[in-house]
Design a protein around this ligand. Structure first.
Ligand code: GCV
Length: 734
């Protein structure tokens, strides 16, 4: 009997063990990247133990049905995951209580008389306090949305293992409108999207609400993004139809508690396409009425609608100039239609008309600067970070600082149209910081682009910043796990453009990949060197627009066959047997004169211009002696090689993380880094082969010989779908 019982209990033990292993596996979350930086996995027990002494209960007394619900949800989920706490909503005062609310909703907070005065609706205070002799923590704001932002901030402190015993944090966003622009078409494709299809399932809306809308809104709220434009700026008028407005309204309803306003791109010719009018002339009374009625109809369905984003008279889009009116006429007509509803118009400055002998880099300034002071107060002029088009590196756009009486918002590109799609790891916080920190000298030293954006330079009240989204239906949202960091960075910088790239990198790594100091340091080194090195292997020393036409992937510096010269790489490099670079000084196009004198003089002076902008502003002989003592040709070649060396080293560095990062993400990232190395070599080899075919100079010591011939590189082309910017590019391309 005993023996039988023993056998039985042995069997039971084995069964329990198998069951336990199965349970373990079933609770281990798939590391598919879906959870982004909001993972909330258990903190190391020694940290969690300390935190649990400081936080163990919540008091949250806010109006149900507002952002309060999501704030409470988030805190519960976060504290459960990170600290293992099961917390209900309304605990009495005790040590370790987290009190969340506004002075109106919560007497404890009102009694503390916190300096919330100038924090607007979105700011918050997080403080350690003593109430009735108990040690508590306060998250206070003027409005529910501020408490949500405060909750995310508080959870970030835990996720990144910051001390929370003596908190005294005051935060408010520096910029009002922190916006993502989606270039999503209504058929589900995404222009310049490399992470799958559009998140918006138009055919299912408004009846079916995909759970991803909420997850997307939550991720945005966690980094302070408060506005989203849903569709491509190359717009389809359909979005203005009653049928689509209901669909937009359904999305807006999901976003509302997360503090996100919905915008969309309006096609300027919609009164003709939808309203049957014979013109879209902004001076035509019928056209004005059509837009007014449309605005009223929109606000009936979407009461908190943000407004229109408009690309007009650019790359074939309709606009006021079609009717001999100007940009102000067009923007102000739409602004008038939206004004009484509190809506705004975001008018894009991305306009460039090809004229004989013209310099595209000067076009937006020529077209728009003369209208300073003429735009209505509810218009924001959206200006790309640089004067050409989201190149790997550009000097800042000369319009920044040049229109003091115009509301102006920078447009950044998170999706990597010109930076290796979702295949190349590049940390864009660095690039954006470079732009935001650039000094326009508009009002003397210190007149940075950031101060134009946040309104402090010229006192603008309506401020904004936009990023063209890099999200799609790929399970990990951004195609490449590392590129989630750029979505994250955009939000963090939009909230506070003074945060360093180092801080953003550290936060993101700790929340997303690992908190082990050695690994954090290694990954942060990779991130923080990546932008400079990508520029090195793609377009060093101020080169720009050297990629294949159309899809913009891979090198084609020889390309000169587009009928529009300003889409040809040769137009930008101006390389011949003697030298290379676009002369934008007095001896050339002189568009350098669009900058304020201090900047103009620096960029015009061969001795003073920073190397990184050299070939953007100057045409230089191959034999020109650089600051380093090397010739331009040698420097150029070595820059390409440095980029390749970095891509190689990065793969080696990443290998060191095997076993330190979960296998799933480790492998996915490894595959992407292999493509990046291959492409870096391709960029170097194709570019140097072409330039060498012109100058016949030998490669300097330390630069590897190209793997193939120039003719081989010229033959490479990419898949059709891919070429149109649809879908992810993968290893198929050899
Ligand atoms: C949405 C570049 C891109 C286009 C994009 C355009 C813009 O030209 O290649 O795809 O169109 O910029 O910003 O409007």
């Amino acid at each position: 009997m005993r023996k039988k019982a023993k056998v039985k209990s042995k069997k039971a033990k084995i069964f329990i063990a198998i069951f336990a292993v199965m349970l373990l596996f079933s609770t281990v979350k798939a590391e598919d990247g879906y959870r982004l930086w909001l993972r909330y996995d258990a903190l190391p027990e020694q940290n969690a133990r300390i935190y649990r002494k400081q936080i163990n209960s919540i008091y949250l007394n806010l109006t149900a049905g507002t952002s309060a619900d999501v704030t409470l949800d988030e805190l519960k989920t976060g504290l459960k995951g990170l600290l293992g706490l099961d917390i209900a909503g309304n605990s009495p005062i005790k040590n370790g209580l987290l009190i969340v609310g506004t002075p109106k909703s919560t007497k404890y907070i009102a009694d503390l008389k916190l300096p919330l005065g100038n924090l607007s609706k979105e700011g918050f205070i997080i403080r350690s306090a003593t109430i009735q002799n108990k040690k508590v923590t306060i998250i206070a704001a003027n409005d529910e949305i501020g408490t949500l932002y405060g909750a995310f901030h508080f959870l970030r402190l835990l996720q990144t293992l910051q001390p929370i015993s003596n908190l005294n944090i005051t935060e408010k966003p520096k910029i009002k409108l922190r916006m993502l622009n989606h270039w999503d078409n209504l058929d589900g494709s995404i222009e310049r999207g490399y992470a799958g299809k559009s998140l918006w399932k138009w055919s299912e809306l408004p009846d079916k609400i995909d759970s991803r809308y909420r997850d997307y809104a939550r991720a945005n709220a966690s980094i302070g993004i408060n506005a989203v434009s849903l569709n491509n700026v190359n717009a389809n008028a359909q979005i203005l139809t009653p049928e689509y407005l209901k669909k937009v309204a359904a999305i807006a309803n999901v976003f509302r508690p997360y503090g996100i306003k919905v915008f969309f791109s309006a096609r300027f010719s919609a009164p003709m396409e939808l309203g049957g009018l014979l013109t879209a002339d902004p001076f035509d009374q019928g056209v004005k009425n059509w837009w007014k009625q449309k605005a009223a109809e929109i606000y009936l369905v979407i009461p908190n609608f943000g407004g229109f984003l408009v690309k007009a008279n650019s790359e074939g889009q309709p606009g006021p100039r079609t009717y001999n009116r100007n940009h102000v006429d067009g923007a102000n007509m739409l602004a008038e239609a939206l004004a009484s509803h509190g809506g705004i118009v975001i008018w894009r400055a991305f306009v460039y008309d090809m004229k004989p002998g013209y310099d595209r880099a000067g076009a937006a300034y020529e077209n728009l600067q003369p209208f300073d002071g003429k735009f209505a107060s509810n218009v924001l002029l959206q200006v790309k970070n640089g004067p050409i088009d989201f190149q790997p590196r550009e000097p800042f756009h000369p319009l920044f600082g040049a229109m003091p009486k115009t509301n102006m918002m920078p447009e950044l590109q998170i999706t990597q149209e010109y930076l290796g799609f979702s295949n190349h790891l590049v940390f864009l916080a660095d690039m954006w910081r470079e732009v935001l920190d650039s000094d326009t000298f508009a009002k003397g030293k210190g007149s940075t682009v950031a101060k134009v954006a946040d309104g402090t330079l010229f006192g603008s009240k309506l401020t904004g910043i936009a990023g063209v989204a890099n999200t799609g239906t790929d399970q990990n949202w951004t195609g490449h796990d590392f590129l989630q960091a750029n979505w994250y960075s955009f939000g963090r910088l939009a909230w506070n453009h003074e945060i360093t790239s180092q801080q953003i990198a550290d936060e993101w790594i700790k929340m997303t990949l690992t908190r082990e100091p050695k690994e954090v340091a290694l990954i942060s080194k990779i991130l923080l060197t990546s932008h400079n090195e990508l520029v090195n292997y793609m377009t060093p020393l101020g080169l720009h627009h050297q990629m294949w036409g159309g899809h913009h992937y891979g090198p084609a510096p020889w390309w000169n066959t587009y009928s529009r010269d300003d889409w040809n790489p040769t137009y930008y490099n101006k390389a011949d047997e003697k030298g290379i670079g676009f002369d934008r000084t007095k001896t050339g196009s002189n568009t350098v004169s669009q900058y304020f004198p201090a900047v103009r003089d620096e960029f015009s002076d061969l001795k003073r211009i920073p190397d990184k902008y050299l070939l953007w502003f100057q045409h230089v002989p191959w034999t020109y002696k650089m600051k380093s003592g090397k010739t331009l040709w040698e420097e150029l070649a070595l820059h390409y090689q440095n980029g390749v060396n970095w891509a190689r080293q990065t793969r080696k560095d990443w290998e060191k993380l095997k076993g330190k990062i979960d296998d799933e993400r480790f492998e996915r990232i490894s595959r992407k880094l292999a493509i990046q190395e291959r492409d870096a070599i391709w960029w170097k080899d194709a570019s140097l082969s072409y330039f060498q075919s012109l100058n016949q100079l030998p490669l300097p010591k330390g630069v590897e010989k190209p793997l193939k011939t120039l003719e081989d590189y010229k033959k490479i082309d990419l898949l059709d779908d891919f070429a149109r910017g649809i879908g992810s590019f993968d290893e198929n391309h050899k």
